[in-house]
Design a protein around this ligand. Structure first.
Ligand code: UDP
Length: 477
């Protein structure tokens, strides 16, 4: 591939289409926000720069923001930077350390700084060729942060959006911030998902807190009836079902059929649709603790006591180019699973979803979340956790670790159950047994979860916050 940036093609969607999903008392306010955005950004392009168009929460969120901004009449575009494997090893190290974990045992010193600068230099030229002086640029996460000083020097308003973080500092967070600070300090503003993640050296007046939101119309979250759910899971080879109707609506408003087959490691044939499922969908990232979910499910006899089956689901690891740890983490889970006694192994499946067609991938995730009796997000650290909002929107109760943004979403005992120590496998298993064994409580929590997302984590809230921030920076009114 040629070095430099490439643009992600996003189809516009009229924000008015979101209105039926919002609280009815918010419709007018939302229309006002859309109108204000249209006026404020007339003649300017709002650019997003990230390191991948696929896999993970940032890509998910950008598809949505760009889609509705364009639909509102705001010229909005998204480019992805190109980088080397060595560069992405450094940025993964930064990602882990911003979460307070060592990650690998590599350095963040002069060599790594030079490596980053080389990648920035390769991307900066092609990016600058695309920009006009009055444009606004949102730079997402550590990977492209080195572009911030270049943008500042060109007099372009650039905002850094950090999607990760941790509440407490330690030597690893210090290490990562020391590396990033010279770049981040040049941003016109910084945006975090939680106030607790903001480093002390960032001036207060330059910070905004904007938690992510989800798109109720995307292939990932759109309504699917029970028939479509089973047809999609049957077609993907995950559940034993052979009916037609594996359909969803894509971003171009076309009705499409799921044709992808998942790579499923399981004992025997596809699971019966009648078996209750505990699901975790995540990137194969150590901090998502997929292997901890498997260990807790097995050692805590969750399957044995409730008759439930565990689905651990992640992307095909060759499809997420900016995450070099993925294959290793998946291999570790597979090794753990293969060592289980055959009868226990039969209660859990490891599933990799192809990434060749992101909309089909999303439709399968949607069907999995709707099919699940309960959804787990047993992260050891979590920036926000879109998977949590996605499951809650589908009225699924969530068993989550009380870390990062999961705590802002799930109210313990109301929308699901929170585990205060994310390493406590016994507490996780006990919560899973409780939710899977008490259908009435699970349903009640699922309904509360749906309301919670509608009130707090849909686009009316975050599009409004972004419009205000960018409007203030670029227009000053
Ligand atoms: N996801 C997906 N396919 C997969 C695994 C994950 O589409 O096989 C999506 C998931 O539904 C969610 C996003 O990737 O939308 C993950 O976002 P989250 O904020 O939970 O975590 P991140 O990956 O950003 O750390």
């Amino acid at each position: 591939m040629m070095p430099g940036v490439h643009e992600v093609d996003v189809t516009p969607m009229d924000p008015e289409r979101l209105v039926p999903f919002l609280r009815s008392d918010r419709a007018e306010e939302f229309r006002t926000i859309v109108e204000r955005g249209r006026r404020r950004f007339a003649g300017r392009t709002v650019w997003n720069v990230s390191s991948t168009a696929a896999g993970g929460g940032v890509a998910e969120m950008l598809h949505r923001l760009v889609r509705y901004a364009k639909g509102a009449g705001v010229d909005s575009r998204w480019v992805v930077i190109d980088g080397t494997a060595d560069f992405f090893a450094v940025t993964k190290r930064l990602h882990n350390r911003l979460h307070g974990e060592e990650g690998d045992n590599g350095e963040l010193g002069d060599r790594e700084r030079q490596l980053s600068q080389d990648v920035v230099a390769d991307n900066a030229g092609p990016l600058m060729d695309l920009l006009a002086p009055e444009d606004i640029v949102l730079v997402h996460d550590p990977q492209p942060a080195g572009l911030l000083p270049v943008l500042r020097d060109r007099g372009i308003v650039a905002v850094w959006r950090c999607h990760v973080g941790t509440e407490t500092t330690n030597e690893w967070t210090d290490d990562a911030w020391a590396f990033l600070r010279p770049s981040v300090e040049t941003a016109a503003a910084t945006v975090f998902s939680r106030a607790e993640y903001v480093p002390a050296w960032v001036p207060h007046d330059k910070v905004r807190i904007i938690p992510p939101a989800i798109d109720p119309l995307s292939a990932k979250n759109q309504p699917l009836d029970d028939h479509a759910v089973l047809a999609i899971l049957g077609r993907a080879g995950i559940v034993d079902h052979s009916g037609d109707g594996a359909e969803f609506v894509d971003t171009d408003d076309r009705r499409r059929t799921v044709e992808l087959t998942a790579n499923v490691r399981r004992v025997g044939s596809p699971l019966s649709p009648d078996v209750p499922v505990l699901l975790q969908v995540s990137r194969w990232d150590r901090l998502k603790d997929m292997s901890g979910v498997l260990r807790a499910f097995v050692d805590g006899a969750v399957g044995g006591e409730t008759g439930a089956h565990l689905f651990l689901v992640g992307p095909d690891v060759t499809g997420v180019t900016d995450d070099p740890e993925g294959k290793q983490v998946l291999d570790e889970c597979v090794a753990m699973w293969e060592q289980l006694p055959a009868a226990t192994r039969a209660t859990a499946s490891l599933i990799s979803l192809p990434m060749d067609d992101l909309e089909q991938n999303a439709a399968i995730v949607n069907a999995l979340q709707r099919h699940a009796a309960a959804v787990a997000q047993k992260s050891l650290r979590e920036g926000f956790g879109l998977t949590v909002a996605e499951a809650m929107w589908k009225a699924r109760p969530v068993i989550g670790s009380a870390v990062g943004g999961i705590q802002d979403q799930v109210r313990d005992g109301v929308d699901g159950l929170l585990i205060s120590d994310p390493h406590d496998l016994g507490a996780f298993a006990s919560a899973a047994r409780t939710l899977l064994g008490d259908r009435a409580s699970a349903d009640r929590m699922g309904s509360a979860a749906h309301e919670r997302v509608r009130d707090n984590f849909l686009a009316d809230r975050d599009l409004g916050q972004w419009t205000n921030l960018l409007g203030d920076l670029a227009v000053g009114d």
